[in-house]
Each structure stands twice: as C-alpha cells, then as structure tokens.
Write a protein that binds this ligand. Sequence first.
Ligand code: FES
Ligand SMILES: [Fe+2]
Length: 422
Amino acid sequence: MMDAAANRTLTQVGAGTPMGELLRRYWHPVAALAELGDHATRPVRLLGEDLVLYKDLGGNYGLLDRHCAHRRADLAYGVVEECGLRCHYHGWRYDHTGRCIEQPYEDTVAPGSRQKERIRIKAYRVEALAGLLWAYLGPEPAPLVPNWEPFTWANGFVQIVFSEVPCNWFQCQENSVDPVHFEWMHDNWGARLRQDKGPYAPRHLKIDFEEFEYGITYKRIREGTDESHPLWTVGRVGLWPNALFTGNHCEWRVPVDDSATLSVGWFFSRVPKDREPYVQKRIPYWTSPVKDPQTGRWITSHVMNQDFVAWAGQGVVADRTQEHLGRSDRGVIMMRRRFLADLELIAKGGDPKAVIRDPKVNECVALPIAWRETFTQGLTREQWEDLRRGGALGGAARRDFAWLVGQPEEVSRAYNEAMGWA
Ligand code: FES
Ligand SMILES: [Fe+2]
C-alpha cells in the first residue's frame, strides 16, 4: 500500500513539484504536424502550463505563454507573420524565443523607447518528428527528441489520434505495464459488451517484467501459447516515461495537468508489398471522443476507449492508499519505484531514465518489437489475408480501425487506398 504523500509525489505535475520537474526532462508530443498546416495556432496545456503553439509564415514553430504580456489577451487568437506571432488585441508581436519584437503604437509615438527590450514571455522549444510536434519545458541543455525505431520505418501509413481523458496521467501510464487487463477488459468485457455470452478468453498463466534502458517490457503466456510465443520471448513495452509501445503503435499519456491527460496515439500500418514503394504525403490526425454526447456515458466500443473508462473510473487521481496490489501488479510496482528513484537522481543533478543525448544513438533507437519483420520487411497481400483470418496480429490486420472510435471517413479512405483495399 502507498502512503498519501507518495501518491501526491507521483501524480502532481506542476512546475516546482518533484514529478513535474522530472517530466520536464522529456519531450512530449502535443500536436500533429499537419494540424499547424490547417490552423496556424493551437492552444496547448501541458504540465499545468497554458501555452500557444504556432507556425509562422517563415515556417518556424514557437511555443509561447498563452497570454500576451501587454494586457493578457489570448495569443491562441494571434496572427502569424513572416517572423513570429502577433497579438490580435493591440498588435504586439513576439518571436519564438518569447521576445517582444514590435509594439505598433509605442513604436510610432516613442520610437526610441526601450520598453520592448525588457518584455519577454515564456517560450519553449518545439521540434517536429514522425508527424508530431514535440515540446520541451525543461532545463538546458535539452536532450534529443527520441527517434524511436518505428519512426524510421518506410512504406507505412501513419495516423495520429488524440483523446482528452479527464484524469491524472500516472494511472494511465500504469496501464502500460498491465498485461492482465487485456484478458479481462478487452477480451472478456469486450465480448460481453457485444452481447457475446461465450466462454471467457484464454487466461494468463504467467507474466514477467524486465526493465531495460528505455522502459519496462512485459511478457505473457496465455492458455494455448508457450514460451516460444513472441509475446513471451519479446513482449511489449511500457516506454519511458509515459507511453505504451506495442510494436506497430505507440500511445503517449501526456500530462495536461494533475487532473487531465492527452492521449496521443501514433499508428503505423505497413502497406502490402505490392503497394511498395509507398510514400505518405500527409500524416492525418483526428480526435476521438471519450463520451457519447447523447447519453453522457463513456464510449466502450473500441480498445483504447475501454482503457479510458478504466483510467477515469479510478478517480481523477487514483487513491493508491486504498488499493490492494497482487502478483499481477509487479510491473506497476517496478514503474513506481523507478520514478521515485529517478526523483532522487535528478535532485543530485543526474539525467533520469531514457533521456537521449547521443546523436549516434538517436539515429534509430531500437526497441523490443514482436513480429518486427512484418513491419520492417512487409507482408504480401496473401500473408495479410491469412493474418486477418487467423487474427494473429489482432487489430493491426483489420480493415476498420479497432483502437479508437470516430475515425473520419477521409482517413479511413486514405488508409484503405494506401493498403490497396479500396
Ligand atoms: S493585449 Fe496583446 S497587444 Fe494588447
Ligand atoms: Fe488496454
């Protein structure tokens, strides 16, 4: 059982809190690259800070304080220019370092005034990778945006899906090292939700967890599989500090503040060999709702939506003083211990787990990936069809999108076209 102080330590993300400072040592995905092509500005709330992300006409990204230094207007309604973002209220303009570079009225009536030079708003680093825009709110020197292995793969259709989950990020991330929930939540509950009264799914017989440089792998043996199965020999990954990585997709649980999380899903589908070479022109993005607007109830039809119900159901911040952990929770315990140990490490000036600074390493950061060849080498159309029939790759081999509800028609169309299933 955990005491209330440790529960607070693990869950508070504001500036100056231990975990808030730890999480500021990492890059966080906050938007899709294509989004800033559609709208030049986008409000972002990250780690309890209200910010605005923009792309100016010169193609530079910036992440600034949400409020103008003049009289606090909302810079999410600002106008981008060749360089920087102009406030819509009285026209003050800022560059990506947060410097005020123009005050139109002051500049007209008092051209020599040096007031501008003293005005600087909060500004953070932004980088683009894998169709996502990443933000870094921590101390300098900033580490590299991790170039995880799947980001380097070719011949794939990628899509990015956001969901706003109204609870603390840490209980979401605990789900990334929780193999047993898959049997109960997705298989058995999923079946009951579909009115399937059949027998329960194959049970988990054995699970194991292993910490490695970039996270914790979890491994499972279920009834009907043995120790030669890729989900035992390779397993799946709770990726540091806040993601689940399953091989063909990654789900970040981005801390918005203490009571909200932005789920960012990045999904890679390798096209059948006869569609190669395939180059995706634009990585689409969309937002999946978490509640049914008609009934107000949680949506339970898709895999990640089911996860959201569990996370939010634990309370806005799960009360870990009231839980009873079992043998299924060893990964959760390992994860908590590593974070608590890393808090001490950064207090002493060290780099926490999975911070990457070596450009050579970052050319491609290899991860444990079950069925890796299916993503790196590709499959023939016949192999895809076999998989769809046998279900060995689960949702990855389906034509519809199994993970989240609400995929827009145009994304579905683009996906099917890429796969040659149109
Ligand atoms: S409030 Fe932004 S320029 Fe006046
Ligand atoms: Fe799940």
